[in-house]
Design a protein around this ligand. Structure first.
Ligand SMILES: NC(=O)c1ccc[n+]([C@@H]2O[C@H](COP(=O)([O-])OP(=O)(O)OC[C@H]3O[C@@H](n4cnc5c(N)ncnc54)[C@H](O)[C@@H]3O)[C@@H](O)[C@H]2O)c1
Length: 403
């Protein structure tokens, strides 16, 4: 195998073409708008040339990778592709229509991979009439930089196809996490509490956005705090993913959208792209424009004791935070731990794949299961016990099967 067709030359298709060409594969890049495919080739070439200038790649390797990418002008140009990676708009009907028009031009055993973030791989395979050769191959943005590929097995995807997609992604230099075809797969589901629980802590008056952000950055070692990160992602995009995952998993309280974030979307304060979100970007440095909620959560003695023990297990910087921020950090981290446990219990993936996905898909400092081990069972148990007693809606109820 060595020839891939890529359907859609937008943000993701372009990045996947880059990854595949560096991986030594011939690429046929196909877009409904041929000028987009040509522009994508030009920007891949520019990026590779920049790597040469910085001494990160030889000129010969860059030229060879650039030469391996061709713009496909018609479906027949895909006739030698062993693999087709679909990366067009996130709309099932459009994906089915576009792929149906191409399938007859591919070799009869070609693998059809979809980069969908939220649609059912099983349903796509069924609608295409060849479910055994349809597999999810979920790259993260920007694909040349982000290490993770979630390899998603549809209900009827053949084991050989899943294995082949996994080994191609690995050969292209990616780290893979295998998972089942469930809403949000691993990363887009397990990451939700990082945003949601942080907004709830803000509503519960546990800290200002910059306080909670720096607690997560400096004490818990995340690259970005939840508010600066959601401002960057865009609250419209972030809440749409939350809504989709929440409703597809039967609306559990753990994943319920939060009023404070929905209000930002309603007022058009979508984050950096509109100049204002949780922070305003009008001046030289971001300034928080949302304050902590007025009705502060009661900090009971068992809760602060659990948070203090939890902070000590996380590290020195966490230990030196004030009690409300220690409680906030414990809530956010336990939210992530719990969602990881529920994902495992729901059969989304095993603990190792979940840890890998969170480390390489969203650059978490540790995978949730490893983190729970490092914190230690008694401390984790004490944290969940205190949270179950003091936080409403059973959000911190763990699945029976546990970690
Ligand atoms: N952007 C992300 O952060 C991200 C991350 C992971 C997965 N995804 C998924 O990747 C897919 C693509 O997302 P994107 O952000 O690259 O979108 P995009 O809008 O940047 O690009 C989509 C491209 O598909 C082309 N296209 C549309 N209809 C077509 C058709 N019928 N035939 C051929 N080309 C067609 C468009 O011209 C456009 O160039 C979606 O399924 C999305 O959910 C996106």
């Amino acid at each position: 195998m060595s020839s891939v067709g890529i359907l859609g030359a937008g943000a993701m298709g372009q990045g996947i073409a880059h990854v595949a060409s560096i991986g030594g594969w011939n690429v046929q890049l196909f877009d409904i708008d041929v000028s987009v495919a040509h522009a994508a080739c030009a920007s891949i070439a520019a990026r590779l040339n920049k790597r040469v200038e910085r001494g990160r790649m030889s000129a010969a390797d860059a030229q060879a990778a650039i030469a391996r990418i061709e713009v496909a002008h018609e479906p027949s140009h895909l006739s030698a592709c062993d693999l087709l990676v679909e990366a067009i708009v996130e709309d099932m009907d459009i994906k089915v229509q576009a792929l149906t028009a191409l399938i007859g031009h591919l070799p009869s055993d070609a693998i059809i991979a979809t980069n969908t973030s939220s649609l059912s791989v099983t349903s796509l395979g069924q609608q295409l009439g060849c479910p055994e050769r349809v597999c999810g191959m979920h790259f993260f943005n920007p694909a040349p930089v982000m290490k993770l590929v979630e390899v998603v097995a549809g209900e009827h995807t053949s084991a050989a196809v899943v294995d082949t997609v996994a080994s191609i992604a690995t050969a292209w230099g990616k780290t893979i996490a295998r998972c089942a075809d469930t809403p949000g797969f691993i990363v887009n589901r397990v990451a939700r509490p990082y945003y949601l629980e942080a907004f709830r802590c803000l509503e519960d008056g546990l800290g200002a956005p910059d306080g909670i952000d720096s607690a997560m950055r400096e004490a818990a070692d995340f690259r970005m705090g939840p508010f600066e990160l959601t401002d960057l992602i865009g609250h419209d995009v972030n809440t749409a993913t939350t809504r989709s995952v929440w409703s597809s998993w039967n609306e559990p309280a753990r994943l319920m959208p939060v009023h404070a974030q929905e209000a930002l979307v309603a007022s058009g304060d979508l984050g950096r792209k509109t100049g204002c979100g949780v922070y305003s970007y009008a001046g030289d440095a971001p300034v928080a424009v949302i304050g902590p909620g007025q009705q502060a959560m009661t900090l009971t003695r068992p809760l602060t004791a659990a948070a203090s023990g939890f902070a000590k297990a996380i590290g020195e910087a966490a230990s030196s935070n004030e009690p409300p921020l220690q409680v906030a950090m414990m809530r956010v981290l336990c939210g992530l731990f719990n969602e990881a446990m529920w994902a495992k219990a729901d059969g989304v993936a095993d603990a190792h794949a979940i840890d890998t996905a969170m480390r390489f898909g969203v650059n978490y400092p540790k995978g949730p299961f490893q983190w729970m081990k490092d914190v230690g069972e008694p401390v984790v148990d004490a944290a969940f016990e205190a949270l179950c007693a003091d936080v409403s809606e059973d959000r911190f109820a763990r699945p029976a099967t546990g970690a």
